[in-house]
Design a protein around this ligand. Structure first.
Ligand SMILES: C[S@@+](CC[C@H](N)C(=O)[O-])C[C@H]1O[C@@H](n2cnc3c(N)ncnc32)[C@H](O)[C@@H]1O
Length: 485
């Protein structure tokens, strides 16, 4: 194998390089016709994620449709684009070691292909010669033989070790840093693995299961809209399976749910079962006094929970106010909750101007999203530990606003799609201390769901319940409670 020397070798990021690269990678060149369409699509997704900070799960479906990939190629492109995005942070040190230079010194378009090739070599059963040859073809067609030779050399070197051997070589020691070791082995940033471990607490031995489940392709969960269709009927018409925990959930094996008649007709929507449980928990929480039918969703966009709350409110003759400061996301709420008793307010939830006295308020707060990483392939490498503090501040302020808007004896349900303790228990403890709220036993609001620990909050996990890692805590505001600083 030829070694590429630093300084003069192909692939090196340099001045003037890349100015003629396509900005919009969604359309293949005519010269791409001979390339493997699945790998070409996966490469273009990786490029869009890197160059435009696009989201892989938003770019890929349109690209598959536009290029009319058949079912087999679509499945392969999806696996390669998502899998490579998820593993990026541990593929890079392998590529850097094999290339003899830092990954940041290698041109972005070449890194996309190197990551794609390394992913196939280390984390799939694709034959090594196919992984290398198809990667080399991708580079040769666009950048010529010099760069193709570089990619060939690097990938051959990657293929000389198995994934376990690379982990043994490059990961922190399992004895000295067990969390860092597991993080590398399961392609998570160490700080996220540590956040999972902290949240699991006494059950931290489950960390490997949690990281493994976080990398598995999640089933599609549908919500059957109450009052329109039952979960049993929805399972029948979609060929899905009735969910285990939410009375509205149906699991699908795969396919494009957007093509289902039930979804097109507004009888059902895609929604993780954990999110369904959150919305439902708010509606079944015991109130002190009767339910006056004033419900509020303080962080509503894009509207999944607002729609479920709206459907349940409609059955009871109640109404839901839905707050969302982003006009674009507020429009999504309007669309999702059309025909339901949901009034959308485009305001900041911290200063909504709404009249206090709500019976039930959901604060589904903006968060790091660490509990839904399996659905957002590249997110784990974009998020930074420094994101947490600003989000916690916003979460505390939104929860304080909710406490001020709920009536005495009413309930606020605080939820996040993150298990990070600062965003979950930390925010709740702050509200208990400063606003005198009482924690209800939230486990009772998701009756039948197993493995919920000692409460009173609920932390769901992909490896336990098969849902996103949603957190929820129901809070009662007693009469006479006041804010103290
Ligand atoms: C986790 S998402 C909510 C998901 C939503 N409940 C659903 O089920 O579709 C958080 C939402 O809070 C919104 N948000 C951000 N800052 C906010 C603020 N100051 N007040 C209210 N909402 C805010 C974000 O735009 C985002 O749409």
């Amino acid at each position: 194998m030829s070694e590429n020397k630093a300084g003069s070798s192909p692939g090196r990021r340099g001045k003037g390089r890349g100015t003629n690269r396509p900005k919009q990678p969604s359309r293949p060149n005519p010269s791409d016709a001979a390339l493997d369409p699945a790998r070409l699509a996966a490469r273009d997704v990786l490029r869009a994620v890197r160059e435009r900070e696009a989201y892989a799960n938003l770019v890929l479906p349109g690209l598959l449709r536009e290029r009319r990939l058949d079912a087999r190629d679509s499945a392969l492109a999806t696996e390669l684009a998502y899998g490579t995005s998820r593993a990026r942070g541990v593929l890079d040190p392998v590529i850097a070691h094999a290339a003899g230079r830092d990954a940041s010194e290698i041109d972005g378009p070449l890194m996309d292909v190197l990551r794609l090739g390394a992913y196939q070599l280390l984390r799939t059963r694709v034959a090594p010669h196919a992984a290398v040859a198809t990667s080399v073809d991708l580079v040769r067609s666009e950048f010529g033989p010099g760069q193709a030779g570089f990619v060939n050399a690097v990938l051959r070197r990657v293929s000389e070790r198995s994934a376990d051997e690379w982990t043994a070589l490059l990961a922190p020691s399992a004895e000295k840093d067990p969390v860092g070791h597991l993080a590398f082995a399961h392609a998570h940033p160490a700080w996220i693995a540590q956040a999972f471990s902290n949240s699991l607490g006494a059950d931290a031995a489950e960390l490997e299961d949690a990281l493994t489940a976080d990398d598995a392709r999640p089933a599609v969960h549908l919500v059957a809209r109450p009052g329109e269709i039952s979960a049993e009927e929805l399972a029948l018409v979609t060929g899905g399976e009735v969910g285990r925990w939410s009375p509205y959930a149906v699991y699908l094996d795969g396919g494009d749910p957007g093509r289902l008649d039930a979804v097109r007709d507004g009888l059902a929507a895609v929604q993780d079962e954990g999110s369904q449980l959150v919305a439902r928990a708010l509606t079944v929480a015991p109130l002190d006094g009767p339910d006056g039918g004033r419900w509020l969703d303080l962080c509503a966009g894009p509207g999944g929970k607002a729609a479920l709350l709206g459907a349940l409110a409609a059955i009871e003759g109640h109404r839901v106010d839905a707050v969302e400061p982003s006009e674009h996301r507020a429009e999504l709420v309007r669309k999702t909750a059309r025909d339901l008793p949901v009034d959308v307010h485009v305001v900041d939830g911290r200063e909504s101007g709404l009249t206090p006295g709500y019976d039930r308020i959901l604060v589904d707060a903006p968060c790091t999203g660490l509990g839904a990483l399996r659905r957002r392939p590249e997110a784990r490498w974009r998020r930074q530990p420094s994101d947490v503090a600003a989000l916690v501040k916003l979460q505390r302020e939104l929860l304080a606003a909710a406490v001020a808007l709920v009536r005495p004896g009413g309930v606020v349900l605080y939820s996040t799609c993150s298990p990070h303790l600062s965003e979950t228990m930390g925010v709740v403890a702050d509200a208990v201390r400063r606003h005198g709220v009482q924690q209800l036993d939230t486990r009772e609001l998701v009756a039948g769901v197993p493995d919920l620990g000692s409460g009173p909050h609920v932390q769901l996990w992909p490896h336990r319940q098969g849902t996103d890692a949603m957190f929820m805590a129901a809070l009662r505001v007693p009469a006479g409670a006041g804010t103290t600083d």
